[in-house]
Design a protein around this ligand. Sequence first.
Ligand SMILES: [Zn+2]
Length: 101
Amino acid sequence: MRHCPDCHTGQVIKKGSNATGKPNYACNACGRQCVEDPAWRVISDEINGIIDRLLHERISLAGIARAFQVSESWLQAYVNEKYRQVPREVRVRSKKGPFDH
Ligand SMILES: [Zn+2]
């Protein structure tokens, strides 16, 4: 059983197929749709937070992708999206981390 990566409450159910014959899936709560694709795997908010912290530590994308067993292309897209939404904010926030001495 898969839970929706967007709303985390709905279940992802099979819903017909697309033009290329691949099965379509949709969330029964929020209606988000996708085709079966490893890039659309469930990443929890907790994991997202850990990935963010690793990015702040300047660990390479390839290293993070291996650690979390996600594709580098997925991670790159995730980072691109994130930095597009909050330009420069990351740097300001990382100044006073709980692990700073
Ligand atoms: Zn949903």
